[in-house]
Design a protein around this ligand. Structure first.
Ligand code: FES
Length: 323
């Protein structure tokens, strides 16, 4: 059983508006006991009303064990998970969640960290800021939002012990305070580790600029929010073969691999079905995957030894899976 399937029952102890369309949920053990520990950058999978499973980064201080805090952006265009959290989850409710998992950890060696947050991407980075401040590791946090009323945690950041390391940037403010990604990256040394989280366009801008200025991939750490692209009109069918039995299963152009496997009676555990959580990670013994997930690193994707069958497809006519 993967950690994502280990279920905690958590009580909503506090629900609070943090900013426009952003709500904070504080989750505790129903008996008030200690929760499994987490490290900065970790997230939990929350089962929302309606059965959607969503990943939310923990945004409280990782030194705390009495609560988990998550901040949820209401996504009017989404599939309903965040709307259900905002509209149907209230103080006193019990929600099911996984134990914390961390795909976005701080690198332990002493180095300077540059934390770059776009929008709701602040959530893992504020937890990192707490940790870096506690261990006296040098860092700065730049937080970009569309407008000041969409900026969560302003009071917490202003009152923190590391307030002098925090720089706020809003898109609708004066030009001189906007984040100049190229200027910022040119001004810091390339031995700095960059941690970036936010919408795809923001992350692409940061990562491509860092690569242009010579940052080694190993010093670029990122976590996407949002779904991986799963299908295009150009998709075609291909075969997957189960290594254990030799059985071959056809994946139609309009099916995901997990759907085709399930139809054939082969169940691969899934959670987000968006290429984000890694629950469905499956070994590849032969063939070339067409990676479309946001879970594996670029190096892991290039190695082609595993893939994410809820969204990734195949470049070769057949993939032999470690199933
Ligand atoms: Fe989450 Fe596949 S189910 S990545």
């Amino acid at each position: 059983m993967t950690d994502s399937l280990v279920c905690l029952q958590l009580r909503v102890a506090r629900k609070e508006r943090l900013a426009q369309d952003i709500a904070l949920f504080e989750l505790v053990a129903p008996d008030g006991g200690a929760l499994p520990l987490f490290s900065a950058g970790a997230h939990i999978d929350v089962t929302t009303p309606g059965g959607y499973i969503r990943q939310y980064s923990l945004c409280n201080d990782p030194a705390e064990s009495h609560r988990y805090q998550i901040a949820v952006l209401r996504d009017a265009q989404g599939r309903g998970g965040s709307r259900a959290m905002h509209d149907a989850v209230n103080v006193g409710d019990i929600v099911a969640a996984s134990v914390p998992r961390n795909h976005f950890p701080l690198i332990p060696q002493v180095h300077t960290a540059l934390l770059l947050a776009g929008g709701i991407g602040i959530t893992p980075l504020i937890s990192m800021a707490e940790r870096l401040s506690a261990i006296r590791q040098p860092f700065s946090l730049h937080y970009v939002a569309r407008s000041i009323d969409r900026m969560a945690f302003r009071d917490r950041l202003a009152q923190s012990s590391y307030a002098d390391k925090v720089f706020l940037h809003v898109d609708d403010g004066p030009p001189e305070q906007r984040l100049d990604i190229a200027g910022l990256l040119q001004a810091v040394h390339t031995d700095v580790h960059i941690y970036v989280c936010g919408p795809q366009g923001f992350m692409d801008a940061v990562l491509s600029t860092a690569q242009r200025y010579g940052w080694p991939q190993a010093q670029l750490h990122h976590e996407f929010f949002g779904a991986a692209p799963t299908r295009t009109d150009a998709d075609s069918s291909f075969d997957v073969q189960l290594a254990s039995s030799g059985r071959v299963i056809r994946v139609a152009a309009d099916q995901t691999v997990t759907q085709a496997l399930a139809t054939a009676g082969v169940v691969v555990p899934t959670s987000c079905e968006q290429g984000v959580c890694g629950t469905c990670l499956t070994g590849v013994l032969n063939g070339e995957p067409d990676h479309r997930d946001l879970y594996l690193t670029a190096e892991e994707q290039a190695a082609n030894r595993q893939f994410i069958p809820c969204c990734s497809r195949a470049r070769s006519a057949r993939l032999v899976l470690d199933l």
